[in-house]
Design a protein around this ligand. Structure first.
Ligand SMILES: Cc1cc2nc3c(=O)[nH]c(=O)nc-3n(C[C@H](O)[C@H](O)[C@H](O)COP(=O)(O)O)c2cc1C
Length: 356
């Protein structure tokens, strides 16, 4: 499946790479910034409360915010009540969602204590009932997808919980399944388990056929930080696509690198050259992201988020050696000073890059 764009029900993507939802990170400004660098087939909102959307809560509407540069877009819902989830899905379809996703993987107490997120994996009939209700509520043009983990704990993993759930979901019309290769108990510890993702790929392939012949695609997720990691994930698991979250924090151009490498392997063409932006381009990317936050939200939000995120963005600037830049951004009291800090970094002699 290297280099083959994903098909999700009636929706054809430009690649098989997905930007992961990361609550607090993957806002509209970030999605548009990452998309502008190429290689992203689909991006997704962070998890959304259907009740919040239906009530018109400002926080939910901010998370659901999208625009014409943000296409195709998945809107992700969490919850445990089939009819509320169905109403939330209708809201999403009416407000621009290309795809609606059900969160079946969130390990956070606030979500699982209300039986949502990865708690859905503990009661497969309930999770399937939600998917059926949502599928029925959506127009045929808007496919339903689900994102899950390997199960709640080791026992569930060994019992094949994710395989069973993914197959049952596919049977009620879920058009794509994403699997993060950890259990809920693992949270983000330990390594992502390719073996677990492979089992789900095989189970869904057996039940629905290969994606090439119209079967339901399974997307692998977890710890992909480079084009090489992406190829390793696809080879080890047989997954039809790869979702990347944290790996894009420092290297938002990882999608174009991963897609470029896949295409050249698939075509037997020479490997792509270095697709990493120049240092000046990296500053330009950071600046554009900051400006998009101002435009889509406001200065206060942009300043707060940019000060937080500069540590991650800085990991790939001058080999991570950019303390002066990070300090300049963190101490900037207003947008003008943010730009001044970026300008000063560009103009000044950078700290020496690491050797070796
Ligand atoms: C801070 C944080 C917030 C997250 N928020 C969401 C979310 O809203 N919805 C979701 O499905 N997954 C969420 N995830 C999980 C990621 O989408 C992804 O499955 C996980 O980070 C593993 O992929 P990665 O190693 O590429 O980041 C979150 C992860 C982190 C670290």
């Amino acid at each position: 499946m290297l280099g083959v764009p994903l098909q999700i029900g009636p929706v054809h993507l430009e690649s098989n790479l997905l930007l992961a939802p990361i609550a607090g990170w993957c806002d509209l400004a970030w999605r548009v910034t990452v998309r502008s660098l190429g290689g992203v087939g689909l991006a997704c909102t962070d998890l959304l409360s259907p009740q919040g959307l239906l009530r018109g809560s400002a926080a939910s509407l901010d998370i659901a915010r999208t625009n014409d540069f943000d296409r195709p877009i998945g809107m992700q819902l969490y919850g445990s009540d089939p009819s509320v989830m169905a109403d939330g899905a209708k809201w999403a379809a009416d407000h621009g969602a290309t795809v609606v996703d059900i969160n079946m993987g969130c390990p956070v107490d606030k979500v699982t204590k209300k039986d949502g997120g990865s708690k859905l994996m503990c009661h497969i009939p309930g999770a399937v009932a939600i998917a059926e209700a949502v599928r029925t509520a959506l127009p045929a043009s808007v496919p339903l997808t689900a994102k899950m983990r390997l199960g709640w704990d080791e026992q569930a993993y060994e019992a094949g919980c994710a395989c069973e759930l993914a197959v049952r979901l596919a049977q009620v019309g879920v058009a794509m399944v994403t699997v993060h290769g950890r259990t809920t108990e693992q949270r983000f510890k330990g390594d992502c388990r390719h073996e677990g993702i492979r089992r789900v790929v095989e189970a869904v392939g057996e039940a629905t056929g290969s994606p090439a012949s119209g079967g339901v695609p399974v997307v692998g997720n977890g710890d992909v930080r480079s084009a090489e990691d992406c190829i390793a994930m696809m080879r080890a698991t047989g997954c039809a696509g790869v979702m990347i979250g944290r790996g894009a924090f420092a290297r938002p151009w990882v999608f174009r690198e991963a897609w470029g490498l896949q295409r050249s392997i698939a075509e037997g063409a020479p490997l792509p050259g270095d697709l990493e932006p120049s240092e000046a381009e990296k500053i330009g990317i950071a600046r554009a992201y900051f400006e998009r936050m101002r435009e889509y939200r406001d200065d206060r939000y942009a300043l707060h988020k940019f000060r937080q995120k500069i540590s991650w963005l800085g990991k790939s600037i001058n080999g991570g050696h950019c303390r002066a830049l990070k300090e300049g951004v963190r101490n900037a009291p207003n947008p003008e000073e943010i730009h001044a800090a970026l300008d000063a970094w560009l103009a000044g002699a950078p700290e020496p890059a690491p050797t070796g």
